[in-house]
Write a new protein. Structure first.
Length: 158
């Protein structure tokens, strides 16, 4: 019987190729199934894995600020970054405070906001964490007003 199959496959080379390809497909599907995680996708309250980073412990946003406010806050974030690059001795007074006040007002208006900045998802809480981190080396005198808006568990204990 096996001899007949071999002779038939030799006489029909395209059938042999098809059979080999089908065999590879079955093996590939089996391996893919074996290495695929079958756990359910995380729900809105579940931590989210982003790339190779740690799971997020930030709450899921429930507010979605208007785009013009997000853009204003985005400009303020970049303005603060530019101002922080200037040495304190030559920095224009208020060049850091103004953008920080804009972001603080955004945080008061949308404490649980979710938005996209620079094609990256963000939240009001993550914005405040970033602002606080930048102010530590830029203008620590502004930290108390940002800390008032951050829940204590998200403040840097240092």
């Amino acid at each position: 019987m096996t001899g007949r199959v071999v002779v038939w496959l030799i006489r029909h080379p395209m059938s042999a190729v098809f059979l080999v390809l089908a065999l590879f497909a079955v093996i590939g599907i089996g391996l893919a199934g074996a290495f695929t995680d079958s756990s359910p996708a995380p729900g809105p309250a579940s931590p989210v894995v982003i790339g190779g980073t740690a799971k997020s412990t930030l709450p899921t946003p429930t507010q979605f600020p208007p785009q013009n406010r997000v853009e204003e806050t985005h400009r303020a974030l970049h303005a603060m970054g530019r101002a922080c690059k200037v040495p304190i001795s030559t920095r224009r007074p208020g060049s850091v405070r103004g953008p920080v006040e804009t972001m603080e007002q955004f945080a008061r208006d949308f404490p649980n906001g979710g938005f996209t900045m620079d094609d990256e998802p963000g939240s009001t809480l993550s914005l405040l964490v970033v602002v606080r981190y930048e102010l530590q080396s830029c203008d620590p005198s502004l930290l108390p007003s940002v800390d008032e808006l951050l829940p204590e568990r998200f403040r840097d204990p240092a």
